[in-house]
Each structure stands twice: as C-alpha cells, then as structure tokens.
Write a protein that binds this ligand. Structure first.
Ligand code: HEC
Length: 120
C-alpha cells in the first residue's frame, strides 16, 4: 500500500516543478538582445534618416519602427527592382542584397514603433 506522504509527494510534484524557475519554458535564443533580431550589418546606411529604431529623424521620411515586416521587405524589393522609384531609396536599395532586406525588415518590424505624433 502507498504511504500517504508518498501520495502527497506525487500529487504536489508538478506544482513544485512549475514553481521552480529552471523548469519554465526555455528563454528565446535572442534573449540577450532583449528579444530583438540581430542588428543588421547594413543598418548604418539607414539610421541617419530612419533612425536605429525606425523613428524618422527627418521630415518627409517615414517611420519604419513597428511596421509590418513583409510590407517593409516588399517596399525595399520594389525600390530595388525599380517598380517603386524615389531617391535616395532607389540607390540605397540597390546596395542591398536580399538577405540584407530580410534582416532590415525584421529589425524595423521588431521595434516598438513611433508613438509621438505631431511634427519633428
Ligand atoms: C537620405 C535619407 C534616407 C536614407 C539614408 C534611407 N531612407 Fe528609406 N526612405 C527615405 C525617404 C525620403 C522615403 C520615402 C520615399 C518614398 O516616398 O517612396 C523612404 C522610404 C523607405 C521605405 C518605404 C516606407 C513605406 O512606408 O513605404 C523603406 C522600407 C525604407 N525607406 C527603408 C530604408 C532602409 C532599410 C534604409 C537603409 C538601407 C533606408 N531606408 C535609408 C529616406 C531615406
């Protein structure tokens, strides 16, 4: 016959396991960077106008932070193919490889986004 203490132990084991932080869901691989994707190698080409975090520094330049990732990648591809034309984006996009476009789109999409309103 099972002893009452053993039954209690078996019943409580999952609760104890849950309370133990080490058994919680594994942290995302990029937790060290605050959950953001890796900083793109070509971000330096963009930050002077769109900011590191996608908050535009310049009137007439769109905020990119928090924008849809697929839309950003598609826009860059459209500048690159000439389907969408606007300097300086046409020239800049021509300096990007498809992998750069994916990295930049993922980076800007993962930023908190512009919440200020009003003029810069
Ligand atoms: C010299 C300033 C400048 C720099 C540098 C620059 N951009 Fe832009 N970007 C603009 C302007 C101005 C527009 C709006 C162009 C238009 O009307 O099509 C724009 C538009 C965009 C758009 C389209 C946004 C939308 O809402 O449709 C994306 C995406 C973008 N830029 C990404 C980038 C990336 C990525 C880089 C770096 C490789 C970069 N830009 C560098 C000025 C800049």
């Amino acid at each position: 016959m099972l002893r009452p203490s053993l039954i209690l132990g078996l019943a409580l084991a999952p609760l104890v396991a849950c309370a133990d932080g080490r058994t919680a869901a594994p942290a995302p691989a990029n937790a060290a960077s605050g959950g953001l994707p890796e900083r793109p190698a070509k971000l330096g080409l963009c930050a002077s106008c769109h900011g590191d975090d996608g908050t535009s520094r310049i009137a007439g330049t769109p905020h990119l932070g928090g924008q849809d990732r697929i839309y950003l990648a598609r826009s860059l591809a459209a500048y690159r193919s000439g389907e969408r034309r606007h300097e300086p984006m046409t020239s800049l996009a021509n300096a990007l490889q498809p992998a750069d476009i994916e990295a930049l789109a993922a980076w800007y999409a993962a930023q908190p986004g512009f919440v200020g309103g009003g003029q810069r």
